[in-house]
Write a protein that binds this ligand. Structure first.
Ligand code: HEC
Length: 181
């Protein structure tokens, strides 16, 4: 028992390491996605890029999760892929991000970290806001989608809710989970 106590991790130090992993995973996912998205639009136009998003976005998230020892995904209050729907914790943080943006906060700077108890385990959770940029986001998440593009999106995502966003508004967030020992 005494040994266990001596070996117990400093929770603050654990959080600092988790935070670094979370930020690295988000950087990896965000940058890879953006590069691939822009390349796909240039190569084949937005309709072709939808298929790229559809197959590569979940794959890159999986790769980055493995590389950084965390679980990373994207979520939003209004989702395109229902697999990205927020849990109760994520919904609360997203709603708080919206309130902060409405109060004048810079959406590129919003983040939130908390260690929670989940099924008897300590889980580090971290979220970082994803603002809507005019280019290229509005092509596929704005109010005036080209009819062919809209049809392709609805073919893949019949329950799509992720249109009608304005530049500078909250599109969603990166969300990271890591089980702590
Ligand atoms: C070529 C069309 C296209 C463009 C451009 C695009 N997206 Fe998406 N977006 C999609 C598709 C398709 C999905 C669903 C991906 C999936 O299945 O996980 C998606 C999903 C998302 C999600 C995950 C939550 C959800 O709604 O399922 C976020 C966050 C997101 N996009 C943000 C952005 C941002 C920010 C930009 C601009 C930098 C952008 N997107 C540009 C097509 C696009």
């Amino acid at each position: 028992m005494a040994n266990d106590a001596a070996l117990a991790k400093d929770p603050a130090a654990a959080d600092a390491a988790s935070l670094a992993s979370a930020r690295a995973a988000i950087k990896g996912l965000g940058e890879t996605l953006k590069t691939q998205l822009v390349a796909a639009i240039e190569a084949g136009g937005p309709v072709a890029a939808v298929d790229v998003c559809h197959t590569i976005a979940p794959q890159i998230a999986k790769d980055q999760s493995r590389a950084h020892g965390v679980s990373i995904a994207r979520t939003a209050l209004r989702v395109r892929n229902t697999a990205n729907a927020p849990d109760a914790f994520e919904r609360r943080v997203l709603e708080d991000f919206v309130r902060q943006i409405e109060a004048g906060a810079d959406p590129t700077k919003l983040e939130y970290a908390e260690t929670v108890r989940d099924n008897g385990e300590n889980v580090f959770r971290y979220m970082k806001a994803i603002p809507t940029a005019a280019e290229p986001c509005l092509t596929c998440h704005g109010s005036n989608l080209e009819p062919v593009l809209k049809a392709e999106i609805l073919r893949l995502y019949p329950n799509d809710q992720a249109t009608g966003f304005a530049p500078g508004s909250l599109r969603g967030a990166f969300t990271v989970k890591q089980k702590l020992e």
